[in-house]
Design a protein around this ligand. Structure first.
Ligand SMILES: Nc1nc2c(c(=O)[nH]1)N[C@H]1C(S)=C(S)[C@@H](COP(=O)(O)OP(=O)(O)OC[C@H]3O[C@@H](n4cnc5c(N)ncnc54)[C@H](O)[C@@H]3O)O[C@H]1N2
Ligand code: MOO
Length: 405
């Protein structure tokens, strides 16, 4: 039986990025760039002013204060009409092209202005406050390498080079199928013995949260016919995630019917709790995740196994959440022989993560999952991890390190 890291590596070794598509620049934000972006021109395109002030010749300002005659004005977006002659200055705004003859810009705060003339009152160094042609980016330089996650700075760079359409890795289309005769859909009243199909929705939310596109297949009932029909539909997507029907019950048909449909089972059961009965298979190049049905186990196994794979399929390089060190606040007991993921509430205290149990750790307890924002790893052979011990912690929510105000 693989450990959870072995299981995750087995999965990651089998999935590869999907194809490439070109999308509008805003649509590209949050996606992964699929080709290097090379600068088609240099940036900036010409020498320009970094300050609102005056274009001068530094040599004219060797003695301070220096009186200079103002002979012109160049606003941002304006054109250069003449050169800076000796003993003169041209009023210039930030971003405006530099006139010939000028080798420094004096900020307006370092001058006294009496209309037609100015007095420069602070020392001037040659080249000061000038943004030089090509100093940021040279023509032909790779400004964003393939594999970069596109965020606002990349959007700015792409826009600066006129890239309205951006090559990105395709979004994974992820089929989600729940199984079980006990399920009713949201909107139908649950009666004793029935439960609302929440796994489809939590999985769809999780799929969407990692940037992929959920395709809801619905519910396969506990018979082979229904499984065949729904699984066939699910296998058309880039990846298939099923929930429930993978443990030892006499109606746990998922693995069996998947095998019948040509899905090669790569592993079944992982040395961990929750999520022990997880199965993983491949249908050609498509990954098939068969997650256990307990809503907590479904979410934890999505997080540990499906999310990294979907991220890799969408071209991400950073696909695995890291473990950080945390101090456990209370004793945590477990059965030796399995790694346990304890659902914890994480706080940051004096710069350190502190993990406190989020409540009853039975896998049927959904409330504990709702309260948790991290998973603390309790090692295989431990039967108790004492309060005050250091544990490996995986943060599950991006707002863990944000402060309330
Ligand atoms: N004899 C054994 N029994 C069980 C084992 C085992 O190893 N031997 N493993 C237990 C563990 S651990 C888990 S986890 C569950 C997983 O079982 P399945 O994946 O086969 O899931 P089900 O039994 O069908 O359902 C489990 C639980 O989850 C609820 N559920 C199912 N689907 C949904 C859904 N779409 N939305 C909300 N809740 C759902 C279902 O009603 C059950 O309560 O098996 C243990 N048993
Ligand atoms: O996946 Mo089962 O919940 O280990 O509890």
């Amino acid at each position: 039986m693989p450990s959870f890291t072995e299981a995750r590596n087995i999965i990651l070794d089998r999935v590869t990025p999907l194809g490439i598509e070109r999308v509008g620049i805003l649509e590209a934000a949050g996606r992964v760039l699929a080709e290097d972006v090379v600068a088609p021109w240099e940036m900036p395109l010409c020498d320009n002013s970094a300050m609102d002030g005056f274009a001068v010749r530094a040599a004219d300002c060797a003695t301070i204060p220096a009186a200079l005659k103002v002979t012109g004005y160049i606003p941002a977006g304006g054109e250069v009409t003449g050169a800076v002659e000796s003993g003169c200055a041209i009023r210039i705004m930030t971003g405006a092209p530099l006139p010939p003859g000028c080798d420094a810009v004096v900020p307006v705060e370092e001058t006294e202005d009496d209309g037609a003339a100015i007095r420069v009152v602070a020392p001037v160094k040659e080249r000061q406050h000038i943004r030089f042609k090509g100093e940021d980016v040279a023509t032909g330089e790779t400004v964003i390498p393939a594999g970069t996650l596109i965020q606002p700075p990349e959007v700015s760079m792409l826009a600066s080079f006129g890239k309205a359409l951006v090559p990105v890795f395709r979004k994974a289309r992820v089929a989600i199928l729940s199984t079980g005769d006990e399920l009713v859909e949201l909107g139908e009243p649950p009666v004793p013995g029935k439960i609302i199909n929440s796994n489809t929705l939590s999985l769809a939310a999780a799929v969407r949260q990692c940037g992929a596109e959920p395709i809801v297949i619905g519910i396969a009932r506990d018979n082979r016919e229904s499984h065949r029909e729904k699984l066939a539909e699910g296998l058309k997507a880039d990846a298939l995630i099923t929930s429930a029907g993978v443990s030892a019950g006499d109606r746990d048909l998922v693995r069996d019917v998947l095998a019948e449909m040509g899905v090669e089972q790569i592993f079944w059961k992982v040395d961990m709790k929750p999520g022990g009965p997880t199965a993983f298979g491949m249908h050609g190049a498509k990954p098939v995740f068969s997650l256990p049905g307990n809503p907590v186990s479904t979410m934890v196994t999505f997080e540990l196994f499906a999310r990294p794979a979907l991220l890799r399929m969408m071209g991400h390089r950073r696909v695995v959440r890291p473990f950080v060190k945390a101090i456990l606040r209370e004793d945590a007991k477990k059965k030796p022989g399995k790694v346990n993921f304890l659902r914890v509430q994480v706080t940051v205290q004096e710069g350190r993560f502190v993990a406190s149990t989020a409540g009853d750790q039975h896998t049927g307890i959904l409330r504990t999952m709702v309260r948790a924002n991290g998973l603390a790893l309790l090692p295989l052979e431990a039967s108790i991890v004492h309060a005050g011990s250091e544990v490996d912690l995986m943060l599950l929510r991006d707002d863990v390190t944000m402060l309330e105000r």
